[in-house]
Design a protein around this ligand. Structure first.
Ligand code: 5GP
Ligand code: ZN
Length: 135
């Protein structure tokens, strides 16, 4: 089979650059309105929407509109943005029924962290007790 440019199994610096680019990013497409999502909150820097494959009664994602691939690629200049993101995650968890019993706030990173979408996102899972340790 001839490897295609979009095939993540064949890596090169150029293909790696391509996959770190927002042109290939599902969440950037949601931000642009090219893919529909059930939005919970939006402003000029942040977007929150329900996960398409929920793992708990409450399961939504909060993302920065800036395309940051993962938490390892955060820059010091992103500190305020990430602070806002976490504060918004807290606020939305509370308004979605998780104030009393809490929730799980998860940021998966790269392959060992189980990240499947390369645009930084915080999962908020609630409405049931979570197990520990994670798989
Ligand atoms: P990760 O595995 O990267 O931590 O989480 C990515 C999450 O994004 C998964 O829970 C997955 O269900 C969700 N997801 C992937 N594609 C879409 C989509 O097109 N729309 C929505 N709403 N969620 C998505
Ligand atoms: Zn993106």
């Amino acid at each position: 089979m001839i490897p295609s440019f979009g095939d993540k199994r064949y890596s090169s610096p150029w293909i790696s650059w391509y996959h770190n680019d927002m042109s290939d990013c599902i969440f950037c497409k949601i931000i642009k309105g090219e893919i529909p999502a059930k939005k919970l909150y939006e402003d000029d820097e942040l977007l929150a929407f329900h996960d398409v494959n929920p793992q708990a009664p409450v399961h939504f994602l909060v993302i920065p509109k800036k395309h940051i691939p993962n938490i390892m690629e955060l820059d010091a200049s992103d500190a305020a943005l990430l602070g806002r993101l976490l504060f918004k995650a807290q606020e939305l968890a509370a308004t979605n029924g998780c104030a009393e019993k809490g929730a799980r706030f998860v940021i998966n990173c790269k392959s060992d962290g189980g990240q499947s979408v390369d645009h930084l996102h915080c999962h908020i899972l609630g409405g049931r007790a979570m197990a520990w340790p994670p798989g």
